[in-house]
Design a protein around this ligand. Structure first.
Ligand SMILES: [Zn+2]
Length: 419
């Protein structure tokens, strides 16, 4: 019973906190809807500012509704016995063993996916559409979905089979082996994803010769950065939002620009955005993030290794463990369902670290490229993506991976006056 109460407290607190933060953000954006902040008044019109407010609020309202639905699903699976019924049904069908445990996890993923489907559909074809960001059609939506399912199954099921077999046969320290497998797997994915998976969804073309390419190559040599080529990705196939990113590790680093980014920004601004991304690399943010994620997954697996042997972990969450073995899938399922209610409270820590990294990368960009160009690129991106310029401070502190626009730009202006 004790753990039921602990779980319920974390569940209610995390649900309530999510809801409260969203309401705060809605309120803050709404009361600032009628005036463009002074520092942006020359570049952003009132109509654009109001569009950003409406878009932000529409996304938050959908998020509040989704938060409610996922709360119901979580309680239905655990305390109301959904997982128990599913486990019993699959035991009758398949008997005990790793296959049954895989089937249990796959069923949960499929059930959650089916429940999530109307939300993704609404988000793409109503919300994004209403604000002019959607570039997808139903055919692409479903082809993405089936490709995702196919690839997820082809990679995920063998991986699950390895982890569940370790759980069943590798003794008390199975979790250490499983952690090792997952760590090697995620390192491999850094190479597999850009090389084999991303091209299934998008086209990548070499950046054409011209002033932009010359400028980018000059920046790369200034930053002493060896890349495996510059590519443009057809992001406009799905959305009008723009972005730039890196792919790959070590010697296989590719630089990929969304076509939407190149359309919207001038070469100087593209260079400044890329300099910011290079800053993440040169300040070792990418390596740090990877190391932190390995450390966290180590702690998570150690915890899972312990709770999976405790009868209360199952009983207090509404399931009966199989008395003679093969509970790996059940433990994994419960853990995946329940742990977000606890780990949610760590969000502000990772947001804080991320915002610190953003400032550092901006500093790097100001040094190697131009603060002025980065500022004008950011303003254009805020404008084009209808991102709010007036977020609630507490919401930002909790969730935001990037500093709010006014602070970020004020920080860049500091570099401008120094140089
Ligand atoms: Zn960044």
């Amino acid at each position: 019973m004790t753990f039921t109460i602990v779980f319920l407290i974390a569940f209610i607190a995390s649900f309530g906190l999510r809801h409260w933060l969203s309401q705060r953000q809605i309120h803050h954006v709404a009361i600032n809807r009628d005036v463009v902040p002074a520092e942006f008044a020359s570049q952003i019109t009132l109509a654009e500012h109001q569009k950003a407010a409406d878009y932000t609020i529409a996304k938050l309202r959908l998020g509040i509704f989704e938060n409610g639905v996922s709360a119901i699903i979580l309680i239905a699976f655990t305390l109301l016995g959904g997982l128990q019924i599913l486990n019993m049904g699959l035991l009758q069908l398949l008997g005990e063993g790793v296959a049954q445990q895989i089937a249990l996890l796959v069923s949960i993923v499929l059930i959650s996916g089916i429940i999530d489907l109307p939300f993704s559909w609404y988000k793409q074809f109503y919300l994004e559409e209403r604000f002019g960001f959607n570039r997808m059609n139903a055919k692409l939506f479903f082809s993405d979905m089936f490709k995702g399912l196919g690839i997820g199954g082809a990679i995920g099921i063998p991986l699950l089979w390895v982890i569940l077999s370790l759980m069943a046969q590798a003794g008390d320290f199975w979790w250490l082996w499983a952690w090792g497998v997952l760590t090697v797997f995620s390192l491999l994915m850094q190479w597999i994803f850009p090389t084999f998976i991303a091209p299934i969804f998008n086209k990548f073309q070499a950046l054409e010769e011209g002033p932009l390419k010359t400028q980018i190559e000059a920046l790369l040599s200034r930053c002493d950065f060896a890349s495996q080529g510059l590519f443009v990705m057809d992001g406009s196939k799905r959305s009008a939002h723009g972005n730039a990113f890196f792919a790959g590790m070590g010697k296989a680093k590719r630089i990929v620009f969304f076509d939407t980014l190149i359309e919207k920004l001038n070469p100087g601004e593209v260079e400044a955005v890329l300099a910011h991304e290079l800053g993440h690399y040169k300040c070792n943010h990418i390596r740090k993030r990877l190391l932190v994620s390995f450390a966290l997954s180590f702690a998570t697996f150690a915890l899972l290794g312990w709770v999976s042997t405790q009868p209360w972990f199952y009983n207090d969450l509404g399931v009966m463990p199989n008395p003679n073995g093969y509970n790996g899938g059940l433990a994994l399922a419960l853990f995946m369902l329940v742990s977000p209610a606890f780990s949610f409270f760590l969000t502000p820590l990772s947001s804080l670290a991320s915002r610190k990294h953003e400032y550092e990368a901006d500093g790097f960009a100001a040094d190697k490229s131009s603060a002025t160009d980065l500022i004008s690129a950011l303003v254009k991106l805020y404008q084009d993506n209808a991102s709010t310029l007036t977020p609630d401070p507490i919401y930002t502190a909790f969730y935001s991976s990037h500093p709010p626009a006014p602070l970020r730009i004020a920080n860049l202006k500091r570099f401008k006056s120094e140089s």
